[in-house]
Ligand binder design. Structure first.
Ligand code: GLU
Length: 507
């Protein structure tokens, strides 16, 4: 059953809401694609409906072998698992689930053939035998005359019986949609509101190409209908295709789904989001060490806004609060600083153990995780840097000094208001003091108090002690504080590093 509201037709409970994401397997998932998938998923889940994944691979020239597996891996990484369609099997393989398959367009050719036949028989579509040369010449002439480019209907006048004979006989041809040349196509987009197109400006779209494959426009209509899609949510760039699609729904006498066209994603300078100004592949963000929760939260806000102060949203909360009517029409700026902020917030939420766990791929690359002992040490070490990093990929480099003391020169040990001579005197005394400290005192707070007292008693300047201590045990110009590092290293390693510093000073 259906009813009309402000947006046009909408479905009542008895027909389940079904959305879809329909990517082409071109090798990677664009962040804009992730947003489309996320919004489609959220809308379906909020309405207790289903989210379907279909693979649109009819453009054989753009086909990439592992494209489907990559898209699936990325969607599951983000927590967006399809209920129907192309899914990931138990062992991570590409699988299918549902009764409306196959869900990969290249496997549906007989279905398109059958449906285009219906349009041809009803006179809503026609064979076109125009050569590429003729079409190129036509376009050049139209461009020269400053006319809109498009097919001139040359083959429309062909006798349809004759045309069918030629096509059946194997003559190279395409099938085109017969678009009405007058009137308007009007529809109500869930985001843009009422949209109008003059039919006369819409091209007679090719539906079946000369290689026998359907075009996107034909396959998308047939599939959305046969797969029971009730709501199409996709990028703004598809809005100009809607009149062609709606015309096909009319010809087939099918009810068209509701549509929502999402605002463009923009670079900070308001140009269209492009590779030139930063990464656009979700895989790039995964590799850098953005957490899925952070990227999903960030992407959810690219166009949508709950209208409250709340910024941190789990996927569950998004399902509850997401509202298509709150998606704006204006382009959404992809602000990497905001994404970084989200990532830091989500890193904060992790325990040290969880942080080590999620950072494992980056630690594995650096060989920092050798035995169980190093895992324990790692958990302590990440505590030092967890507030300082933005992405997980920075973590191994940031805490490497705990595992391997960097090579440094004696100059690093001298505080700006001190002298090499003074450091030479202080460090041996500091080691002696440490040796006498009880192991129970080897905690950052206690160390701070004890060393503080010792410095006062000795009459040293604080920097003359703490700078060389920190430099000696970190081997770095910048690092976390000396007490935090000393606690993680333990008394023995701290003293060893100080002794090495003393040696460096005497060289
Ligand atoms: N295959 C199209 C794409 O690559 C899908 C467009 C649509 O959602 O209708 O984005």
């Amino acid at each position: 059953m259906r009813q009309q509201n402000l947006y046009g037709w909408y479905y009542l409970e008895n027909s389940m809401i079904k959305t879809r994401f329909a990517p082409s397997p071109t090798g990677y998932l664009h962040v804009g694609g992730l947003r489309t998938a996320l919004y489609s998923y959220l809308f379906a889940k909020k309405n207790k409906g289903k989210f379907l994944l279909r693979i649109e691979d009819t453009d054989r020239e753009r086909y990439v072998a592992d494209g489907v597996a990559n898209i699936l891996k990325t969607l599951y990484w983000a927590g967006i698992a399809p209920d129907e369609g192309v899914v990931m099997g138990e062992n991570g393989e590409v699988d299918e689930n549902g009764e409306n398959g196959p869900y990969t367009q290249s496997e549906r050719l007989p279905i398109y053939r059958e449906h285009v036949q219906k349009l041809l028989e009803a006179g809503h579509a026609y064979y076109c035998f125009c050569t590429t040369e003729r079409l190129t010449q036509l376009r050049e002439e139209q461009t020269a005359k400053k006319l809109p480019t498009g097919y001139d209907g040359h083959c429309l006048s062909e006798n349809s019986v004759e045309a069918k004979k030629r096509a059946d006989g194997g003559e190279k041809c395409v099938v085109r949609l017969k678009m009405p040349k007058s009137g308007e196509t009007v529809f109500t987009d869930m985001i843009r509101g009422e949209v109008r197109f003059k039919n006369g400006l819409v091209d007679d779209q090719v539906l079946i190409k000369s290689d026998g494959y359907p075009t996107y426009h034909f396959a998308v209509v047939v599939d959305d209908h046969l797969m029971g899609i009730t709501h199409i949510i996709r990028g703004d760039e598809w809005i100009s295709s809607v009149p062609k699609h709606l015309q096909m729904y009319k010809y087939f006498d099918w009810q068209a789904p509701q549509m929502a066209h999402l605002p463009l994603l923009l670079n900070p300078d308001k140009s269209k989001l492009s590779k030139r100004q930063g990464d656009v592949a979700v895989e790039d963000y995964i590799q850098k060490g953005y957490l899925p929760e952070a990227l999903v939260n960030f992407v959810a806000f690219l166009g949508w806004n709950p209208g409250t102060e709340q910024e941190m949203y789990s996927l569950k909360e998004l399902i509850k609060d997401f509202d298509l009517s709150k998606v704006g029409k204006a382009g959404a700026v992809f602000n990497i600083d905001k994404l970084n902020w989200f990532n830091k917030q989500y890193i904060k939420k992790l325990s040290n153990k969880e942080l080590v766990e999620v950072s494992r791929p980056w630690f594995d690359k650096t060989g920092l995780l050798k035995g169980k002992d190093s895992v324990d040490l790692l958990e302590k070490a990440v505590e030092l840097e967890r507030e300082r990093i933005t992405v997980l990929a920075e973590l191994p480099e940031a805490i490497k000094f705990i595992f391997e003391l960097p090579n440094y020169t004696a100059d690093l040990l001298v505080w700006k208001k001190s002298t090499k001579e003074e450091v030479k005197n202080i460090l041996p005394e500091l080691v002696e003091f440490f040796v006498k400290l009880k192991s129970g005192d080897w905690k950052k707070e206690k160390l701070a108090t004890k060393i503080g007292e010792w410095i006062t008693k000795k009459g040293f300047a604080v920097g003359s002690v703490l700078w060389p201590m920190r430099a000696a045990i970190s081997g770095q110009e910048n690092s976390p504080g000396p007490f935090e590092i000393a606690e993680v290293l333990g008394k023995e390693e701290t003293c060893l590093r100080l002794q090495l510093a003393i040696k460096k000073l005497s060289n």
